[in-house]
Design a protein around this ligand. Structure first.
Ligand code: ADP
Ligand code: MG
Length: 457
């Protein structure tokens, strides 16, 4: 009944505060327990808890009071791991730490307290809904969703691996959020391998490894991020191995991430390696242009920033390392525009990201021009040197020749040769044609200009 009440309160709040604020602050809230005219709501981090308390606390209480007059207090607590099912005290018996609210509470009804964290906080933005799916990550995404939705363990463990900034942590948090929302009685514990190790070391030091074991072996879903961290750390690995086996034997789900596949991870004990290889191993590939563009579009929309499509395309072309850097670049561009109070343009973008773009600046090759131009106009790279003359492929080819002339020091005959052994007069004609078209067709001019900037940085 309480969660139905909360659903209604949430619905009202959503109407009041709007979708974006709702997603960031209110959706992550879980109802922990109730009794005696008091409701307890948990948030994953202290920061979020304080923010929600000061911005929505009173409103939540009022709305809840309207739903159910018996409810007089609403408590907001921090519960990062979600592993300790309230109302039971934290498994190791420590009482929740009571602390005064950050500033004089607007009304006495608020008690803010913190449940000791076992896991790490979950980022409210890292949900399935916020994850843009493309070729490079569709398999990992499907596997993560499967785990989040399954009632019974579909494979064990799920082993996610990729280079940095490609979405492993995002997917793990998404699993946790999903389970929290749809299956709150399942205990999900997410933490980094590093944190696992420090907890283990502390338990050894405090001589309460029994409690430590108990904590980790009583969860339904255990997620350990960046497991490469414990490679070569023998005692921790050993403990992890036992935890792992114990959970698998009990039919509990395990999700692991690392920067390499189990076979390629160095400093891993053989038995652990073979265990890790037993489940589903899914890697996330480096991003493609399309995925980067999709991610940028989504982020720009979420930020409420007006970013011209050309700028998004430019960024997607230029910043191909990983998603984290892509986001960073977009944030910088948007923050700058807001600060100076001007619209985002291609020029301002290049100015703001000057240092970043310079780093990726190199000599431009004809091959690169061909590739970029083909991608841009969505034709096959082979068409750059094919004999086909249909306008659909001939025009992009001419643009590429033009850019080759402009951006490299190659001679006309050299350029001609790179385009399927064409004559230098063909290249000359292409250059002239592009210049003519640029003068009469604004869109075409912009295409060429954008390509030039993308290639030049
Ligand atoms: P990893 O753990 O693999 O190093 P993260 O999960 O921390 O990478 O991702 C880095 C950043 O990129 C995060 O802000 C994350 O939200 C974002 N990100 C990565 N992949 C995607 C995606 N497919 N869609 C949306 N955001 C993504
Ligand atoms: Mg990560």
């Amino acid at each position: 009944m309480t969660s139905a009440e909360w659903d209604r309160v949430k619905g009202r709040l959503r109407d009041e505060v709007g979708d974006a604020a709702y997603r960031s602050w209110l959706r992550p809230i879980t109802v922990r327990d109730t009794g005696d005219g008091s409701v307890r709501l948990a948030l994953p981090t202290r920061f979020m808890r304080d923010w929600v308390a000061s911005h929505y606390g009173e409103r939540i209480r009022a709305l809840w009071g309207a739903e159910n007059p018996d409810v007089r207090t609403v408590e907001l607590v921090v519960d990062a791991g979600g592993a300790a099912p309230a109302p039971a005290p934290a498994p190791h018996g420590a009482p929740p730490v009571m602390e005064p609210p950050a500033r004089p509470a607007p009304q006495a009804a608020f008690a803010l307290c913190e449940v000791d964290e076992i896991g790490a906080p979950l980022d409210p933005r890292f949900t399935f809904a916020n994850f843009v799916v493309g070729k490079p990550n569709e398999f990992a995404y499907a596997a993560a969703q499967r785990i989040a939705e399954a009632d019974r363990v579909p494979f064990n463990p799920l082993f996610l691996y990729s280079g940095v900034g490609l979405g492993k942590t995002h997917l793990m948090h998404a699993i946790a959020w999903h389970i929290r929302e749809h299956n709150p009685s399942r205990r999900v514990l997410y933490l980094s391998a590093e944190k696992f190790m420090y907890r283990f070391i502390r338990a050894l030091r405090d001589q309460n490894t029994m409690v430590f074991k108990e904590q980790f072996r009583s969860v339904d879903v255990l997620m350990i991020d960046d497991v490469q961290f414990i490679a070569g750390k023998d005692a921790t690995q050993e403990e992890f191995f036992h935890t792992f086996n114990s959970l698998v034997d009990q039919g509990r789900q395990i999700v692991i991430s690392a920067d390499k596949s189990p076979s390629d991870l160095e400093g891993l004990e053989e038995r652990l390696r073979s265990r890790l290889n037993c489940g589903l191993v899914a890697d996330i590939h480096p991003t493609t242009y399309e995925l980067r563009l999709g991610i940028l579009q989504q982020k720009a929309e979420q930020m409420g920033a007006l970013v011209p499509p050309k700028v998004l395309e430019f960024l997607a072309h230029k910043i191909s390392t990983n998603v984290r850097e892509l986001e960073g670049a977009l944030n910088r561009v948007a923050a700058h525009a807001q600060l100076v109070g001007r619209a985002i343009t291609l020029e301002s973008t290049q100015e703001v990201l000057h240092d970043l773009l310079k780093a990726s600046d190199r000599r431009i090759s004809i091959e690169e021009i061909q590739k970029r131009v083909a991608e841009y106009f969505n034709i096959k790279l082979a068409e750059m040197s094919s004999a086909r003359r249909s306008r659909q492929v001939a025009r992009p080819r001419q643009v590429a020749m033009y850019l080759a002339k402009q951006l490299t020091s190659r001679s006309l005959p050299e350029i001609g040769r790179k385009f399927g052994g064409r004559d230098h007069t063909t290249v000359m004609h292409a250059v002239k044609k592009v210049e003519e078209l640029r003068d009469i067709d604004q869109n075409f001019a912009e295409d060429v200009e954008l390509l030039r900037r993308m290639l030049q940085g």
